[in-house]
Write a protein that binds this ligand. Structure first.
Ligand code: UDP
Ligand code: MG
Length: 148
């Protein structure tokens, strides 16, 4: 089954949104396969966002990500990469639909609460970077109540 990398950014942690974010993914039916509460350093944040290194907002983005602890997670389920992006909402909260995490809780693009992998390929890279030991090995006992 597909996996994605989700990170609650420092603003999401500071604003007490960790439980809400986890709850949305859990209630949907996705399985939590990795969870870490950590501070990352500048080189690590630059590596995570390396595809954006030429963008004008890159150094501000890195400052933001290293400004406090983040919650890094692996979530698993059918289509979790794309569906996770829908749960999160558009990059700019001004354009994120109400009902999405960014649409409900954020105002500005540089304080948009949460990261989610944008493709299965990015998810593989990000999970390898953040969870070198790989995902936790467990199976939900309610699987057949979620999947037909
Ligand atoms: N970002 C920003 N200004 C921009 C575009 C992006 O500060 O003009 C930040 C924003 O926090 C975003 C992150 O850079 O979440 C990564 O950008 P990306 O385009 O990958 O958006 P995402 O995949 O997070 O929706
Ligand atoms: Mg992205």
């Amino acid at each position: 089954m597909e996996q994605t990398f989700i990170m609650i950014k420092p603003d999401g942690v500071q604003r007490g949104l960790v439980g809400d974010v986890i709850s949305r993914f859990e209630k949907k039916g996705f399985y939590l396969k990795g969870l870490k509460f950590i501070n990352v350093d500048r080189p690590f944040a630059e590596k995570h966002y390396e595809d954006l290194s030429a963008k004008p907002f890159f150094s501000g983005l890195v400052d933001y990500i290293i400004s406090g602890p983040v919650v890094a997670m692996i979530w698993e389920g059918k289509n979790v990469v794309l569906t996770g992006r829908k749960i999160i909402g558009a990059t700019n909260p001004a354009e994120s639909a109400p009902g999405t995490i960014r649409g409900d809780y954020a105002i500005e693009i540089g304080r948009n609460i949460i990261h989610g992998s944008d493709s299965a390929e990015s998810a593989r890279k990000e999970i390898a970077l953040w969870f070198p030991d790989g995902p936790a090995n467990w199976q939900s006992s309610v699987h057949h109540w979620i999947y037909e």
